[in-house]
Design a protein around this ligand. Structure first.
Ligand SMILES: [Zn+2]
Length: 457
């Protein structure tokens, strides 16, 4: 899919009830999106697949659901307050605002700017004559830092003592609960803690639909291990992530790429980082980050809280701060990758076009649609729909002619259409049509449940 059909994809998602513009009846709110009846289904299926794979069915890991608003000292210790900001620069002529680092990266891809001061960044822009992309002038303000965390007040009095922030990542909630989890589960190192939930970043340059939004949902795992362990846990989790992409959500392996960060671009806390990048319609972008954080976070919270966060190995009496591997992914980015890979327009033999949303089997909002061919079959079909609803994600569809109903189900990714017709009464069979191949089969109603269970495995 190319950038040209990004708009087409967005229109499709809006018209079918996957994603709506946020606050639409009030003219919208920039960069906010609501998930409609079909969007919420695929989103919740994706989250539950992640949870099952990384938490519930993993031998090492357990889960957590920590608060969005934490004691502000958490962010002071973690380095978010003070460090978590973007360098902004404004064009004096047209008032356009840019992230200075992005402006440089886009124009001078080979230059290394990490560690540069704000003055040095501005000098690079001026020396290399990076003109304003909007108006073409070279007349900028000084660069200043812009805080990325959303700030608010807790309690009735809005003064400095009641300032709190919305979390910019779910990870810190895990680190501050490391001891609680370890004590109550009696887990021995190595073990991991998974968490999913909303995070908030007041991004300067949000965009590309749901790729970068200020309110987003993360799925993060913090995996704690002994720094002297000979096993390569980084490779272990990188491999796990790849298996998840390939086997659980069937991401096209030609569309994603594994990129090792160069030493210069590593964050200050990271010993090693790998990004899995995906070919989105607008270009290549980060999908999933796997980072070796050392003992940076636990050490920071041990210092900040004055609590002992060391782990005691009761077998060896060894006492240490565990190291951490963090695979971290945004729900919406993963969704956008799946959406863009699944949207297909096909030209059929009769010259007509069909839009088919080839969503992965485990993520399609509906597995089956029950369709009575004519009014006379409505009662029988509705009865069958109710029976199958117990075991399958099913929808009952009676509007429009049969061709239209097939197209509609194709467009929302429904895997099988089950049609009751004139003959069903006599031969006790229904027609089952498969989404991608459009092939049809007559199946005995009594065997339908088994048949579908096999197909949907
Ligand atoms: Zn300008």
């Amino acid at each position: 899919m190319s950038i040209e059909n990004m708009d087409e994809l967005i229109n499709h998602l809006k018209s079918q009830g996957f994603v709506f513009q946020g606050s639409e009846i009030y003219g919208g709110l920039a960069n906010s999106w609501d998930y409609g009846p079909l969007g919420v289904e695929i989103k919740s299926k994706l989250k539950s697949l992640w949870w099952k794979y990384f938490v519930k069915k993993n031998e090492f890991n357990v889960g957590l659901d920590s608060s969005i608003i934490l004691n502000d000292n958490v962010w002071k210790s973690s380095g978010h307050i003070g460090n978590f900001n973007d360098p902004l620069i404004d064009c004096k002529n047209c008032k356009a605002r840019y992230r200075a680092d992005k402006l440089i990266e886009e124009n001078l891809p080979n230059i290394v700017i990490s560690g540069c001061t704000l003055e040095q960044l501005k000098a690079i822009i001026l020396e290399n004559k990076i003109n304003c992309p909007k108006c073409g002038k070279l007349d900028y303000t000084d660069i200043r830092k812009f805080e990325l965390m959303f700030k608010t007040y807790q309690g009735v009095i809005a003064d400095d003592s009641s300032v709190v922030h919305l979390r910019p990542e779910t990870a810190q909630g895990i680190f501050i609960n490391f001891k609680n989890v370890q004590r109550t589960t009696r887990k021995k190192i190595p073990f991991g803690i998974g968490q999913m939930g909303k995070s908030f970043r007041n991004e300067i340059t949000p965009g590309n639909f749901i790729f970068r939004t200020r309110e987003f949902e993360q799925m993060e795992l913090e995996f704690f291990f002994n720094p002297n362990d000979s096993k390569d846990w980084f490779e272990y989790w990188l491999n796990k992530v790849i298996i998840f992409l390939n086997e659980e959500i069937n991401l096209d392996s030609k569309k994603y790429h594994i990129r090792h960060h160069e030493r210069e671009e590593l964050s200050h806390y990271s010993k090693k980082t790998v990004d899995i990048e995906f070919d989105f319609p607008f270009g290549r972008g980060e999908l999933w980050g796997i980072s070796h954080r050392g003992d940076f976070d636990l050490k920071a919270h041990q210092n900040g809280s004055k609590q002992n966060l060391m782990y005691l190995d009761t077998d060896t009496n060894e006492k240490y701060l565990p190291n951490v591997i963090e695979p971290s992914v945004g729900v919406e980015r993963l969704l956008l990758a799946i959406f863009s890979q699944s949207y297909v327009e096909e030209l059929l033999d009769d010259g007509t076009k069909r839009i088919v949303f080839k969503l992965p089997k485990k993520l399609a909002p509906y597995q089956i649609a029950i369709i009575p061919l004519q009014k006379q079959q409505n009662d029988k079909a509705y009865e069958l729909f109710n029976e199958l609803l117990t075991d399958f994600d099913a929808v009952y569809d009676i509007t429009g002619n049969i061709g239209k109903r097939y197209r509609r189900q194709d467009a929302i990714g429904t895997l099988y259409c089950i049609t009751i017709d004139f003959d069903s009464e006599a031969d006790k069979k229904v027609t089952v049509r498969e989404r991608d191949t459009m092939q049809q089969e007559r199946i005995l109603i009594s065997e339908l449940k088994n048949y579908l269970e096999q197909k949907l495995k």
